[in-house]
Design a protein. Structure first.
Length: 574
């Protein structure tokens, strides 16, 4: 933000106070710090957490008569972007958004620099309509549409040399002397930054005129700084080299693995390269081994459900299923269960694809379909090892399902996963796979359906009251009592959560425990809807209901619950 004159500063301070954004005492503290540091008043107020960056943007908009916008909602076409040279856009932190009737709408992060607008009107020949955007959003958009400058890239790749990062099997001292050192450090920087930002995936995606890089954080993709398009080939080649792939093979998909130690923490990166029309798209999935070793209490079960789940997994035989789509945390839940059951008096064997974490004291087998080491074949041999507990990574076919059922009926405790939307559907899915209803009825002990929702950032969480429409919807689904003690929260957005308002994820659950009545319905091949209704009558909470409970406790937001469970509500209504 540019500098204000003394009169402008006084008017701006009055605007902040009159809008109720800060009080006189806070203003005095900020002004005193400004005298010592010379920093911008708005930045100081945000740093002291007297005001959010969003509120500051609104105040500036009011002060200068500009309309505030959410820059994340805009994706201007290339022909509009080209109207403003990259050097000007970066120097003055502005972005062209749209051109209508010879009027160019431009987003500003610095509303005080009117000289830039005057010069720009003369340069491009259009009248300008300025709007105001947040500075953080502007940085991301400038990178997205104009790429990273050579100077910025140089800074990025040298920073990693000061970081504590090592890649298994590499001699960094030798690499530093090569002419490819900047590319080497840039790829290391990608991994290091992803770790710092708690990303689960790194996506390197070649596009027609640029290289796009995105991190998946708490389940959401976020675009980050990308290098110029011209160094795309050496970056992708470097990743393939680290992952043990064939660099010269660019026509076929490849898979690989990178072991990395970051700040003393071991990360396992599963790498996938997929040929595309603009080059190979590479995804690095980051397996943070510590995140797969949560205790049962860290998964997100509410009190009563956790008691029920602990009782279920302590049973001696039968099948316990965990269901949900890809990325819903099923593996993490099962590893937490194995951690709980892993005692010297129990023999535990797993068959997985892949083995995501090596568990001490547990026999783990990696399937290899290319040599006919399938789930079914391993499971068949497993039974000869006389295990107490068996984990089958996924029941994918009728053969695996039949062996799992047989193991359960002969005194083994079997854990596995299925891809179904809810718990009741898992029972009918097994029947559809060819398992006789009476075998499903007698072997299944419980089914846990789950999803992941983002949790509110604790540092910037604040109370708020939802709309009457939302409150009425919760009341209809959960009853009035829950609203009497509800504390709804939202994350304001801060540096701790990358201005998203969320930090971390937690599970929402639907635990169906088999009862005599439910077993009878399964025997009669009753549809999943009726099984679900009976389970509800017997005390089962639906995924949506567990989500509402967590929203009412201020753990997650209403928006997260709605977006995560909307398809399940549609299924229920159907």
């Amino acid at each position: 933000m540019g500098r204000m004159g003394n009169r402008e500063q006084r008017v701006f301070r009055d605007t902040l106070v009159n809008m109720g954004l800060v009080n006189e005492e806070q203003l005095e503290v900020a002004l005193k710090e400004q005298q010592e540091t010379g920093d911008r008043l708005g930045d100081i107020l945000v740093r002291l957490e007297f005001i959010s960056r969003e509120a500051l943007t609104k105040a500036l908009a009011s002060h200068f008569g500009l309309s505030p916008i959410n820059l994340k909602e805009y994706n201007p076409p290339k022909k509009v972007i080209n109207l403003v040279p990259a050097t000007i856009a970066r120097r003055y932190k502005l972005l062209p958004l749209k051109l209508d009737n010879e009027i160019l709408t431009i987003a500003l992060a610095d509303p005080l620099d009117f000289l830039a607008l005057d010069n720009l009107e003369k340069t491009i020949g259009y009248k300008i309509n300025p709007v105001l955007a947040r500075e953080q959003d502007m940085e991301a958009k400038l990178t997205q549409h104009y790429g990273v400058t050579e100077e910025a890239l140089s800074t990025l790749v040298t920073e990693i040399s000061e970081s504590n990062l090592s890649i298994a099997g590499l001699e960094e001292a030798e690499e530093e002397e090569t002419e490819d050192a900047p590319i080497i450090r840039f790829v290391s920087m990608l991994i290091f930054e992803a770790f710092k930002m708690r990303a689960s995936d790194i996506h390197v995606e070649p596009m027609s005129n640029r290289l796009r890089i995105r991190y998946r954080i708490d389940g959401e993709l976020q675009e980050v700084q990308a290098p110029p398009k011209k160094i795309q080939p050496p970056i992708i080649s470097r990743i393939k080299l680290l992952a043990g792939m064939k660099i010269e093979e660019k026509r076929l998909p490849q898979d690989g693995r990178i072991l990395v130690t970051v700040m003393g923490k071991t990360l396992d990166l599963r790498v996938s390269a997929l040929p595309g029309i603009y080059g190979e798209s590479v995804v690095m999935r980051i397996l943070d081994k510590s995140s797969l070793l949560l205790g049962l209490g860290e998964l997100g079960f509410l009190g009563e459900d956790q008691k029920k789940w602990v009782e279920v997994i302590k049973t001696t035989n039968g099948i316990i299923l965990v269901t949900g789509p890809t990325g819903s945390g099923k593996t993490t839940t099962l590893y937490a269960v194995l951690n709980e059951l892993n005692t010297p008096d129990k023999k535990i064997i797993t068959v997985e694809d892949p083995v995501e974490y090596q568990l001490s004291g547990i026999n783990q087998v990696q399937v290899k379909p290319q040599i006919d080491l399938t789930f079914a074949n391993v499971l068949r041999s497993m039974l000869r090892q006389a295990p107490d507990v068996i984990l089958v990574g996924e029941i994918r076919d009728s053969e695996t399902a039949e062996i799992a059922v047989r193991a359960a009926l002969t005194g083994h405790l079997v854990f596995s996963t299925l891809h179904t939307n809810d718990s009741a559907s898992a029972l009918t899915r097994l029947i559809d796979m060819g398992i006789k209803p009476f075998l499903v009825s007698s072997s299944i002990q419980a089914v846990l359906a789950q999803r992941l929702v983002r949790t509110i950032c604790k540092k910037c969480a604040e109370d708020y009251r939802p709309s009457e429409e939302i409150l009425k919807m919760i009341e209809q689904e959960m009853g009035k009592e829950i609203l009497k003690t509800a504390t709804f929260k939202k994350g304001r957005g801060c540096g701790e959560c990358n201005n998203t308002g969320y930090r971390g994820r937690i599970g929402i659950y639907e635990l169906l425990i088999m009862s005599d009545k439910i077993r009878e319905l399964v025997m009669e091949e009753i549809v999943a809807r009726q099984i679900r209704d009976l389970a509800q009558q017997e005390g089962m909470k639906l995924l949506r209901e567990d989500g509402w409970l967590k929203a009412c406790k201020g753990i997650t937001t209403i928006e997260e619950v709605i977006s995560t469970t909307q398809s399940d509500i549609v299924d229920v209504e159907e």
